[in-house]
Design a protein around this ligand. Structure first.
Ligand SMILES: CC(C)(COP(=O)(O)OP(=O)(O)OC[C@H]1O[C@@H](n2cnc3c(N)ncnc32)[C@H](O)[C@@H]1O)[C@@H](O)C(=O)NCCC(=O)NCCS
Ligand SMILES: Nc1ncnc2c1ncn2[C@@H]1O[C@H](COP(=O)(O)OP(=O)(O)OP(=O)(O)O)[C@@H](O)[C@H]1O
Length: 209
């Protein structure tokens, strides 16, 4: 089984690339979704309440993610510290889920496992990847797509600033997948990556490692 990491700017099309890989047979780990599941764990809620107060919970005791986002994404030391504290709570647990999912996919004989995790560089999950893809779309296109998804320009800028510079991501990648045009171009690029690097050679299970 090959493990594929997906990097790219905000709203570059990482999820769309991941979806194309899933269609071809890859098992996908979505770290954003894993992070949301982690925030539902009782022990995590306790730690969140101790660090961020009851103001980030609704009346039913659910974590209000937009409230946390306001506290952790921003251009001040206070925001940066808050993000670091949140990550100390979340990342080890997301990491455990990632390793469990990777193991399960391997046991199931999946041809490929995709790690869709915008923070994979800073957390070090990139070490699991045999191939890293960089989904490349211009800033203009990305902003247009983010706005269409109801983000504000400010949210776009702030989250972009919370991540590594695009050049750092690009340098760490093995293959660039252009995504300035329509989705069929992205899907074709993913297909040719798959055929070249993942498509199994003759054999019952492809290319087990
Ligand atoms: C701050 C939280 C509550 C905001 O939740 P919300 O539903 O608004 O956003 P969501 O989780 O869907 O993330 C959307 C995007 O924000 C960016 N983002 C999220 N967490 C981080 C982070 N720690 N560092 C940099 N960017 C981040 C990513 O681009 C991500 O794709 C949530 O993102 C969170 O718990 N983050 C910490 C855990 C984490 O690092 N998750 C991301 C794993 S890749
Ligand atoms: N080639 C494309 N043509 C048109 N729309 C696209 C294209 N690629 C992606 N989109 C749309 O742009 C938005 C952002 O794409 P996507 O969610 O895949 O990006 P992302 O990199 O995963 O975003 P984030 O950084 O927020 O996780 C989505 O609404 C998606 O449907």
């Amino acid at each position: 089984m090959k493990t594929i990491g997906i990097l790219g700017g905000i709203a570059s099309g990482k999820s769309a690339a991941t979806e194309a890989l899933r269609t071809l047979g890859a098992v996908v780990f979505d770290a954003d979704k894993a992070g949301h599941r982690v925030l539902e764990m009782p022990e995590v809620k306790e730690e969140i309440r101790a660090r961020f107060s009851s103001a980030v919970f609704d009346d039913q005791g659910n974590v209000l993610r937009p409230k946390i986002a306001e506290l952790v994404f921003g251009d001040s030391d206070q925001h940066r510290q808050a993000l670091a504290d949140l990550e100390k709570i979340s990342h080890p647990r997301i990491g455990q889920q990632l390793e469990a999912a990777l193991h399960a996919a391997e046991v199931a004989g999946a041809p490929a496992f995709v790690v869709d995790a915008p923070v994979m560089i800073k957390v070090g999950w990139i070490r699991h990847c045999d191939y890293v893809l960089y989904v490349d779309a211009s800033r203009e296109k990305r902003l247009e797509r983010a706005l269409a998804r109801n983000w504000t320009k400010n949210e776009f800028d702030i989250r972009e600033a919370a991540q590594e510079k695009l050049e750092v991501k690009r340098k760490l990648a093995d293959i660039e997948i252009p995504n300035d045009d329509d989705l069929s171009q992205l899907q074709a690029a993913i297909r040719s990556f798959w055929d070249r690097y993942i498509a199994p050679p003759p054999g019952p299970r492809g290319n087990p490692r």
